[in-house]
Design a protein around this ligand. Structure first.
Ligand SMILES: NC(=O)C1=CN([C@@H]2O[C@H](COP(=O)(O)OP(=O)(O)OC[C@H]3O[C@@H](n4cnc5c(N)ncnc54)[C@H](O)[C@@H]3O)[C@@H](O)[C@H]2O)C=CC1
Ligand SMILES: Nc1nc(=O)c2c([nH]1)NC[C@@H]1CN(c3ccc(C(=O)N[C@@H](CCC(=O)O)C(=O)O)cc3)C=[N+]21
Length: 334
């Protein structure tokens, strides 16, 4: 591309391991407050090599940080009963089910069987509802924080580390002024991520294979939560030149972010298992994060701690959880 003759381009490559290390310290402090090592159970019923690698890596990270991990490899026809048994087993602190399993809506069904009190991935309906609705607590007293989906939260932790979140602004508005493109709109990563970033004040362009949608709280962030509008005819050609942050998670090795459209000095983050940015990204980006997996796993452990705290502090009744809807107004302090 535009290699200069004078000096190499000034792009800072930030590795997930650096950020994971920092989060790990916080997580290990949390573990110390418990009287025994929490047990995370992973269910692997998938032949997918990415799922197995991820499961093995989760086990390693658990052991390094004072957690117990048990990988249960069960036939997918037996998975439903196995999850129910783990829900009822008081020795099990948290549960993660690796996908894809059937690769269709049955995967979502199985995901929803996991007890909300053990769902470390944060994909239970109640958590997802709170996330889209910008409700940040599970209780009216604001003692129990709602759980956020792991991979989207990992991206947020990275943006905080990179100081894209501006701490001079109030909590909940700290991305005000940023235009962020998210390439992926899956229900487990891309769409929740776009919503979270927009709820925090960003203007987000959510790009998938078919179209572009804008997620935003409106001029002056007047809205309590994000709204979504279609951008008919828009493509990456419209989004990338506007975006100071570009987050990409397209599966497969075919897709590459077109660097000619990238804004000079953009912050680029890849969460796909494949490299969505070619090495030349460093000629244009100010910061490049090539992979985030290690942060995701640390966030998983952080979620497990939070779930144990939420379970220990009080016994929520159905009335409490109804109250959650009542806390909507206070959820976004200006
Ligand atoms: N680093 C981490 O912690 C995690 C990484 N992943 C990885 O992220 C990737 C995506 O995972 P999922 O969201 O579960 O996949 P998915 O297959 O459910 O969703 C893919 C998304 O990318 C979009 N897409 C596909 N081709 C595109 C193109 N050419 N242009 C624009 N958009 C396109 C699709 O429309 C869809 O919204 C995978 O590589 C997966 O391994 C997933 C979870 C966690
Ligand atoms: N319930 C569930 N949740 C998941 O989050 C989930 C899953 N199932 N099934 C499998 C996919 C795949 N996945 C990845 C994790 C890390 C990297 C990643 O970024 N790895 C880095 C770093 C890993 C390392 O440093 O060794 C890399 O490839 O360079 C990619 C993909 C999560 N998944």
């Amino acid at each position: 591309m535009s290699a200069t003759q004078d000096a190499p381009a000034n792009c800072k490559v930030v590795l997930a391991s650096t950020i994971a290390k920092k989060l790990g310290e916080e997580v290990r402090e949390g573990v110390k407050t418990l009287n025994k090592a929490p047990l995370l159970v992973g269910f692997l019923s998938s032949g997918d090599p990415a799922a197995r690698t991820y499961a093995e890596f989760t086990g390693k990270t658990c052991r390094e940080n004072g957690f117990d991990f048990e990988l249960r490899e069960v036939d997918r026809e037996d998975l439903e009963d196995a999850i129910i048994a783990a829900n009822q087993d008081s020795n099990v602190g948290g549960i993660i089910v690796y996908y894809p399993i059937f690769g269709n809506r049955q995967d979502q069904y199985l995901q929803q069987i996991v007890d909300v009190g053990k769902d470390v991935e944060g994909l239970s309906h109640q958590y997802i509802f709170n996330m889209y609705q910008n409700v940040r607590f599970l209780d009216a007293a604001h003692k129990k924080k709602s759980i956020l989906p792991c991979t989207p939260l990992a991206v947020i932790k990275i943006l905080e580390h990179l100081q894209i979140y501006n701490t001079i602004l109030p909590y909940g508005n700290r991305l005000h002024g940023h235009n962020i493109t998210v390439i992926n709109r899956s229900e487990v990563v891309g769409r929740p991520l776009a919503a979270l970033l927009a709820n925090d004040g960003a203007c987000v362009y959510s790009v998938d294979i078919d179209d572009v949608q804008q997620f935003h709280r409106g001029q002056g962030l007047r809205k309590r939560k994000h709204e979504v509008v279609e951008k008919p005819g828009w493509t990456l050609e419209n989004c990338l030149p506007l975006s100071d942050v570009v987050i990409s998670g397209v599966p497969g090795d075919k897709f590459k972010v077109p660097l000619n459209l990238l804004r000079e000095g953009a912050v680029c983050i890849n969460f796909s298992s494949e490299k969505n940015f070619t090495p030349e990204v460093k000629e244009k980006a100010s910061i490049y994060v090539p992979a985030i997996g290690k942060v995701t796993i640390m966030v998983l452990l952080r979620n497990l701690l939070r779930i144990l705290q939420n379970r220990g502090e009080s016994d929520a009744t159905p009335a409490d959880s109804l109250e959650t809807r009542g806390t909507v107004e206070e959820s976004n302090p200006a």
